[in-house]
Write a protein that binds this ligand. Structure first.
Ligand SMILES: [Zn+2]
Length: 459
């Protein structure tokens, strides 16, 4: 064999073995990432502090800004390279006093556990009382028409579709009632709306969430009742055609107030001007502690930076934690962040959001073209030992979605969704309902992905 051919084969062998070595090496680093995440209680305890010392973090509330201060001080304690806030104005809606709701039936009063929907107007001090019309679809409401709806309370009772594998499917099949109920009710002259909670869970908790108004229509008050109560109300209505429902809410909106995104960075050693974002949202609903939505996303994202620091992994690109404000209501935080990225012409390799609850991770969804997806699918082999099998096309997350037009790859952590809507937007979303190991597996998975994106410059 001529020497040059021998040399060629030697080079090929070196190349292959270097590649194998590099793959093995990456697998070891990722093993260490998971080991570190699974043996440190830092993120779990931080979640406990966020949930128990601060609690629910409604956008515009003191709690939300206390959370910003708390997170900022934790980031500073970590001695990151850069910690700062991004200021913005946010809506200032307050729930007011505990809501009251009951049905006046021919057998007497039946109390319901009700909650105002997010940004709803209140009923005024006296509350409202009216007969109820129950509907399960927009068509039903339209067919009833003004003559049957005027002066009444519309009760939207369509149940979430249970047939999907992911529970987001069921949520998506019913949440339109919550979001548009007050608009469509007002169109036909209703004085208020009651909405069956948008969840696949069958429980006693009213689940809140944002709703919308149409400025050209009367703004009527809206409340949610639990899925079980929704069935109770439906059966009461069958027996008491003329019964009335009373509810009182004192929620109201004050002038916009100041709030913040909170940011912490590990500077890149080679390309500090190129950024990989990991984040979640700081704000939450106020009925619970915002544990799964999205306290877990916040502490997991911060944990990614801590894991890099602890293992001494020096990122080539800057890794930036972003705690977004106002995801639940107007997404002012996500919008503000994207606005600044565009103004500064910052380059982002990827923006990863974790906002699916702190449940067992199953993979990632990538908002990219089919051809770009392949380079992420090639990484799946590193995650197989951790049962992370989904590397699919899909959304990144609400907060990072505003970066879409910059061409940034948007990535979402996919978690097991079966229990998410047991907690979502309800008083049940508390620290106790977060499993420590599931939370830690999420942090590890994101850290491992960031490590690979950073090392191989994937964009
Ligand atoms: Zn969320």
């Amino acid at each position: 064999m001529p020497t040059y051919i021998k040399q060629f084969f030697t080079l090929v062998l070196i190349f292959i073995s270097l590649n194998v070595y590099s793959q093995e090496n990456d697998s070891i680093v990722i093993r260490n990432v998971y080991s570190e995440a699974l043996t440190s209680f830092d993120s779990y305890y931080m979640l406990r502090d966020l949930c128990k010392n601060i609690g629910g973090r409604l956008t515009g509330s003191k709690n939300a800004n206390d959370a910003v201060t708390f997170i900022e001080s934790r980031l500073k304690e970590m001695k990151l390279d850069n910690v700062y806030l991004q200021e913005m104005k946010v809506r200032n809606w307050e729930r007011g006093e505990k809501e009251v709701g009951y049905a006046n039936t021919n057998k007497g009063r039946v109390n319901f556990n009700v909650c105002a929907l997010g940004i709803s107007v209140g009923t005024g001090d006296k509350g409202i009382e009216a007969k109820i019309v129950e509907v399960k679809s927009w068509d039903e409401l339209r067919n009833l028409g003004k003559e049957n709806v005027q002066g009444k309370i519309v009760f939207f009772s369509r149940a979430a579709d249970q047939r999907g594998y992911t529970t987001g499917y069921g949520y998506g099949s019913s949440v339109d009632q919550r979001v548009r109920g007050a608009i469509e009710g007002a169109r036909y002259g209703a004085v208020g709306v009651i909405v069956r909670s948008a969840t696949v869970s069958y429980d006693n908790f009213p689940h809140t969430g944002v709703m919308r108004y149409n400025d050209s229509l009367t703004k009527i008050p809206a409340i949610a009742i639990s899925t079980k109560d929704s069935d109770v109300l439906s059966s009461l209505l069958k027996e008491n055609k003329d019964m009335t429902f009373y509810f009182r809410t004192t929620c109201h909106q004050d002038e916009d107030t100041e709030s913040f995104n909170v940011i912490g960075e590990l500077k890149g050693s080679e390309k500090p001007e190129e950024i990989i974002v990991v984040g979640g949202h700081v704000d939450s609903w106020d009925l619970g502690e915002g544990a799964h939505d999205d306290g877990t996303g916040i502490v997991q994202s911060i944990e990614v930076l801590r894991i890099f620091q602890t293992l001494g992994i020096k990122p080539r690109h800057t890794i930036r934690f972003v705690g977004f404000m106002d995801e639940e209501i107007d997404q002012k935080g996500g919008r503000k962040y994207a606005e600044i990225v565009k103004a500064k012409n910052e380059i982002h390799l990827a923006a990863i959001e974790t906002d699916g609850g702190g449940f067992t991770p199953h993979g990632f969804s990538f908002e990219v073209s089919e051809e770009k997806l392949q380079q992420y699918k090639d990484l799946q082999k590193y995650f197989a030992p951790y049962w992370m099998h989904l590397f699919v096309k899909g959304g990144g997350g609400v907060d990072v979605s505003f970066l879409k037009e910059t061409g940034t790859t948007l990535i979402g952590l996919i978690t097991d969704s079966q229990r998410y809507f047991d907690y979502h937007h309800s008083a049940n979303d508390v620290f106790e309902n977060v499993n420590r190991r599931e939370l830690q597996l999420g942090s590890a998975s994101i850290a491992a992905l960031v490590y690979l994106i950073d090392k191989y410059d994937i964009r």
